[in-house]
Structures are given as C-alpha cells and as structure tokens.
Design a protein around this ligand. Structure first.
Ligand SMILES: Nc1ncnc2c1ncn2[C@@H]1O[C@H](COP(=O)(O)OP(=O)(O)OP(=O)(O)O)[C@@H](O)[C@H]1O
Ligand SMILES: [Mg+2]
Length: 260
C-alpha cells in the first residue's frame, strides 16, 4: 500500500480550519511536499503554522479541503485502519511546539523508548536507539530524570530525541530551536543536515530565519490572513525584505539593521 509511485509525501488542497467555528487558523491553504524536500514554514504568531503541522500529522482534520499523505487520503476513516495508522505513525514524526504536550513518561529513558517500543521493535533494538539518541542530544546524564522536572531546553532535547528515535521518513518540527543554547542549536542543525543526506523529508515551522536559511531550500510563508503568501526558494524569500516585513517575519528594528 506504500508503493513508491512518485506521489508527493503531502498534497494539501484548499484546507480550511476554524477552531470552535470562530477562530480561523487556515483559510484555504494548498501545498505539495515531495519526498526529500526541506521546507521552512514561516509566518507571524497565530497565522496557522502549528495547525498545519497538526493537520499533516493526522492529529487534526480540516473543516474543508483535502489532505493526502503518500498518495492516501488522510482522514479519520483512513487512520482508523490499523495498518494505515501504524505505517503512518512510523513514517511521520511531529515535534510539538510545547514539549509538555509531548512528554508524559516517568523517565527520560522511557520517554525515548516509547515510540520504538510501540512500533514493536525488540527490547535490545529499543535500548540501542535510546542510547544512540541520549548520546546524540548530549542528555545521557538525564536518562533517569522525570521529563516534567527538566529545564525547558532539556525538555526540548528529550522531545527531539523521542521523535528521532522512531527514525521517521518525514519530520514535522514545530519551532525546534526554541529554548536551545547555541551548542545544542548547532547540534540540531547538524542533525537536520544529516537527515537531509539520508533523504528525509523535513517541514520546520520557525521564526528563526537563520535556521530556515541553514536547513531549508524551500520556504512557505503564511500570512496573517492564514493563506500562503509565498512558496519558493528560501534565498528568494529571505532576499525580499519588503515581503519579510509585510509578513511580520522581521520588525522595524531589523529593517533598520538587517542581519541576513
Ligand atoms: N485549540 C485552539 N482553540 C481555539 N483557537 C485556536 C486553538 N489553537 C489555535 N487557535 C487559533 O488558531 C490560530 C492559529 O494558531 P496556530 O497555533 O496554528 O498559529 P502559529 O502560526 O503556530 O503561531 P505561533 O507562531 O504563535 O506558534 C490562532 O489565531 C490561534 O489563536
Ligand atoms: Mg505555533
């Protein structure tokens, strides 16, 4: 059912999401993401970035419009099929914007082990993955700690480790650099470069234009009207100062002292 038929990883067509029938989040968004693409999802607070990632992760379903993942409709009915659900969860990983929404296990070790264990990997393989991720994110010393007692940056690293431990083909990362110190930020960029070399598909919602420049060839900018304002090469987006300002991606102080 997952034949490599050349269909895009995601096909999003005229998707609308309005929370509680009153609060618009996506107002007719269309997007195609091919396998192996690295996309930065940019836009001001409340434009709908997190909502779009949740839609792509199959956690939220649009009021109208369609979403296909790997050529299959992404709907409550399709995800109710155990085989599809399992395969989709294995192939698509979401890093939540709020780590507290993601971390629920009693220890960091168990948190990272949870995904691989759910997917049925044998205990030795689960343990190997956990050890690898603890080393990769430099959190070996936290293995026995309770996630909810960690600092925000430490939580972020644990949440990233938990997503990466599943080794998904598609990573949806919601503001991954929030709260990270510079060395951890560098490590994240290196990890994302490594994932690119492995041919993974990456969508990163961020306010960090430097991160977008470093890890994404393509930028999608959503405006305050919850529609796509720009979809094209990242360098082109970042060179368009007027667009960046209108889209509320840079402020007046940046316009006076641009750093990109
Ligand atoms: N659970 C919810 N209930 C009601 N409204 C919501 C809910 N979640 C989000 N919204 C609204 O939907 C819109 C889009 O929110 P979303 O979180 O997707 O924005 P965002 O682009 O991720 O913003 P940020 O940059 O602040 O993370 C906002 O206006 C927000 O207030
Ligand atoms: Mg958000």
């Amino acid at each position: 059912m997952w034949s490599a038929d050349g269909r895009p990883v995601f096909e999003v067509n005229e998707v609308r999401v309005t929370y509680l029938g009153r609060f618009p989040a996506l107002a007719g968004v269309s997007l195609r993401v091919a396998s192996g693409e690295q996309v930065a999802l940019l836009g001001p607070n409340g434009c709908g970035k997190s909502t779009l990632l949740k839609v792509l992760a199959g956690l939220l379903f649009p009021d109208s419009g369609t979403v296909h993942a790997f050529g299959h409709p992404l709907t409550p009915a399709s995800l109710a099929r155990p085989a599809f659900f399992r395969e989709f969860r294995r192939r698509v990983g979401l890093l939540f914007q709020n780590s507290d929404a993601q971390l629920f296990n009693p220890t960091v070790f168990e948190e990272i082990a949870f995904g691989p264990a759910q997917l049925g990997f044998p205990p030795q393989e689960v343990e190997r993955r956990v050890r690898d991720m603890l080393r990769l994110l430099e959190i070996e010393g936290l293995a026995d700690r309770a996630p909810f007692q960690l600092s925000e940056g430490q939580k972020r690293r644990v949440a990233l480790a938990a997503v990466l431990a599943v080794n998904p083909d598609v990573l949806l990362l919601d503001e991954p650099t929030t709260g990270l110190d510079p060395r951890t930020n560098d490590r994240l960029v290196e990890i994302l470069w490594g994932l690119r070399r492995l041919g993974k598909t990456l969508l990163v919602a961020t306010h960090d234009l430097e991160l977008a420049r470093l890890v994404a060839d393509r930028a999608v900018i959503i405006g305050e009207d919850h529609r796509v304002w720009f979809d094209g090469p990242t360098p082109e987006a970042l060179a368009n100062r007027d667009l960046l300002y209108r889209a509320n991606l840079v402020g007046r102080s940046w316009m006076a002292h641009p750093v990109l």
